[in-house]
Each structure stands twice: as C-alpha cells, then as structure tokens.
Ligand binder design. Structure first.
Ligand SMILES: Cc1ncc(COP(=O)(O)O)c(C=O)c1O
Length: 428
C-alpha cells in the first residue's frame, strides 16, 4: 500500500483554511478590494463546474471547442443577459478571470505596440497600467499621465483636455484604485472626440456602485468600454468583466482575450457571478446606497477622532472608499499592521502625496452594518491609530462586536453566515 506520507500536511492546509474562516469572521473586514458573497454563490464556485473546460471562439458563445457543455451554454446565456440588464450595456464579455485580465485584454486590443495612452498615474491612485503593460513585451506603448488635482482628488479637467488634444492618445484610461469621486468622463469624451481617442473606464473598484446606480455609469457618459472586478464593491466571486455598447470594439477585445490571454475561463465563477448578478438586480440598489452612506459616515467619524481624512471639502467620498493620511505620526504600513493585530483588516496607502490607509465599506455593509456601526468602527480604528492602545486588547473587543455580523444581508439567503466553511454532505 502507498504510504500516505503527505496526508498530514494536506490536512494541515484544510485546517488552516478553517482557521482563516474563524479568524476573518471575528474581524472588521474593511479592505476596499474585498467583499463577501451569498452562500449559494460559494456553493456554485465549489461545484463540478470547477473541473470542466468549455472554450469558445471569440464570436460565438454557442459554438464550443469542448464537448460536455450543454448546461454551461444555457448558464452563460442567462449570465450575459443579467449583465447587460444590470449595466445597461448592449454587449458583454464574461471570460476575464479578474479585473486585471479584463483591462489588460482591452489594452492589448486597443493600444498595441507603438501606441500612446493617457492614464491616472500610480502616484495619484491609478492602477499603474503602463508598468503592467510594459511587462507584456509585445504591447510596450508610450504612456503619459492625466493631470491630477490632489486637493480635489480628481482629474484636473481643463489640464486633461489640453493634454488629450496635444498628445492624441489612442486610448484614455479612466478609473483608479484609490478612488473617491467619479472621474469626469463626459468632459473627457469631448476632448477625446476631437482627436479620435477611445476611452476605457477601469471600474474595478466601483463596479457594484455602478450596477447599484450610486455611481455614474461610464457607458452612459461617453466611455467606449467599461471593465471591472466582480468582487470588490460588487459582491460576487473573483472574476472580471468587459462591457460595451460598441459591438465591433468588444469583438476586438474578445479576440485578444481568447486565445490571446486565456483558454478556459473558470466556468464555476461565471455561473456564480450570474447568481450574484440576479440577486443584485433585486437588492443591489439598496445595498449600494448603504455602502456609500456608510463610507461617508465612517469618514466623518474618523475625522472627528482627529484623523486626516482626504476629501473633506467634497463630503469625503462618493464611493465605498475612505482614504486617510496617518503620516507623519505613523506610516500607513505600520498603521495597517497594527490594525491587523487588532482584527481590523484594511490596507496601506503609499502614494506620492498620501501615506496612510485605504478603507472600504462594501463588506461591512453586506453583513448588515449601518451608520451607527460605522461610528463604532471609527472608534476602534482611532483606539489603535490615534490612542495607540494595545492591538490584542482591541482585537478582543472587535471579536465580541463582530458576533452580531456573521450574517449576510441584501441576499436571498438573508441571515445566513457568509463566513462559514462549507462542508460537503456528511463531512465534518
Ligand atoms: C483600478 C484597478 N483595476 C484593476 C484591478 C485588478 O483587479 P483584479 O484584482 O480583479 O484583477 C485593481 C485591483 O485592485 C484595481 O484597483
């Protein structure tokens, strides 16, 4: 008999995953890129679809390379329709496995070698697409940066218009990672039209807010293409999406995506995304409204605790994010680490003009927190970052506080625990 030499270590992985579940259930999860989905979404992710292949060529969702996909085709048709309805878009591409892959496929199809782009500089909270594209050697386009007004935390519209007319980029990339206020898409469109530039809007962070009608839909204000992640402000599985009203442009993206960037497209996540989207059509508007309310409340409360919250003159935020400077009293990296030790999970912000923390309210809202809880969350954060109390002491208080929030809201499965480790029938 083969000795089970590695079984102990294999089981150790499973035990660690269970520990992870237990720990994160007792944390205030305010990392802006994260969210939690409904139990049914997780069941679908863990389904047999995760074993399967069902590739299709760029143009025809019904013509599969592989056999075995009779139900997959039906599922994908439902998901495509749900996506078009949710984003008021004529065309959709569901195969990107993440937001990153979604926009990389757009860049590959629209700029290519020798092209030019204008984007938000990483130092101003952009996603640094150029540095990513640079490592895709055949792309190697020439980037330039959109002028940015740090005080307003937004693109400087007049400066951007001038730059677009001068630089005549093939592609303008809007959207950001550190993102508080909507970028001026309509105004940028005017200048883009003068020089024939295309606009792609990287909505990775704000996709849920767009679907929930709390953030302007870039496709309605002049963007040619909208890309996004389906797991940040949108509470779905980890995945990416590309949407457009221009069929020809989307066709180009499809070609660069398949077979350029991927083969099979993680069918379990497509199906799970469909479930999450249909649920969002029923609950998403109320959910997203509360997400933004919570972010505003959290920002205001942090300000009252003496923290330097960005965007005060514009009401702090219109998104799920709150950005705060902690430097010079504490570096953002240190603040994030201390908060993690206090069971408060967010991430650091290390930008040219801002060293501190990025916080998001998507997950906290999903588990039922409202404005009054945001005041509590701000108090916990201030105890660690301002009063410099012992993090393990705060962690105990946070665990007690979180006992009431192991429940999903805005869901067909309202009240169920989204942090529970899913056991297959009969297994513990
Ligand atoms: C603006 C922006 N675009 C794209 C991405 C990549 O998204 P994903 O993590 O889904 O690949 C991120 C990541 O957080 C982001 O902030």
């Amino acid at each position: 008999m083969t000795p089970l030499r590695h079984k102990r270590l294999a089981n150790a992985i499973k035990a660690l995953v269970k520990e992870h579940h237990k720990w994160r259930q007792g944390c205030i999860n305010i990392l802006a890129a994260e969210n939690v989905s409904s139990p049914s979404v997780r069941e679908i992710v863990a389904s047999d679809l995760m074993h399967r292949y069902s590739e299709y060529e760029a143009h025809d969702i019904g013509r599969r390379w592989d056999e075995g996909g009779r139900y997959v085709i039906e599922i994908e048709r439902i998901v495509e329709d749900a996506a078009k309805k949710l984003f008021n878009a004529k065309h959709v591409e569901l195969r990107p496995v993440s937001g990153h892959v979604a926009i990389a496929s757009v860049i590959m199809s629209m700029v290519g070698a020798g092209g030019r782009s204008l984007e938000v500089k990483g130092a101003n909270g952009g996603h640094e697409w150029y540095y990513i594209a640079k490592s895709l050697k055949p792309v190697s386009y020439t980037p330039d940066w959109l002028p940015f007004d740090t005080a307003e935390w937004n693109i400087d519209v007049d400066g951007a218009k001038r730059k677009i007319r001068d630089a005549k980029p093939s592609l303008i990339i809007l959207g950001a990672s550190f993102y508080l206020f909507p970028h001026p898409t309509r105004e940028i469109r005017e200048a883009a039209d003068d020089v024939g530039s295309a606009i792609v809007y990287d909505g990775a962070h704000v996709l849920g807010l767009i679907a929930g009608k709390q953030w302007p839909n870039p496709l309605d204000s002049g963007a040619d293409i909208l890309t996004g992640s389906t797991h940040k402000s949108f509470p779905g599985p980890q995945k990416g999406i590309v949407l457009s009203n221009d069929g020809e442009m989307l066709q180009q993206v499809k070609m660069s995506l398949y077979p350029g960037m991927l083969t099979n497209h993680h069918l379990m996540n497509v199906a799970a995304l469909g479930y999450a989207m249909l649920e969002f059509l029923d609950f998403g508007e109320a959910y997203s409204r509360q997400v933004v309310r919570n972010a505003k409340e959290l920002a205001g409360s942090l300000h009252e605790h003496g923290l330097d919250v960005i965007g005060e003159r514009n009401g702090y935020t219109r998104s799920h994010q709150v950005l705060l400077r902690t430097h010079p009293s504490m570096q953002g990296a240190e603040a994030a680490r201390l908060l993690d030790n206090a069971n408060i999970v967010c991430n650091k912000m290390e930008l040219e003009n801002a060293d501190g923390l990025r916080i998001g309210t998507s997950e906290a809202t999903r588990v039922g927190m409202k404005e009054s809880e945001m005041k509590e969350v701000a108090r916990f954060i201030a105890e660690v970052v301002v009063s410099k109390k012992d993090p393990p002491l705060i962690a105990r208080k946070v665990r007690a506080f979180m006992k009431d929030y192991a429940r999903v809201e805005y869901s067909y499965e309202r009240g169920k625990n989204p942090y529970e480790f899913l056991h297959f029938a009969g297994r513990r």
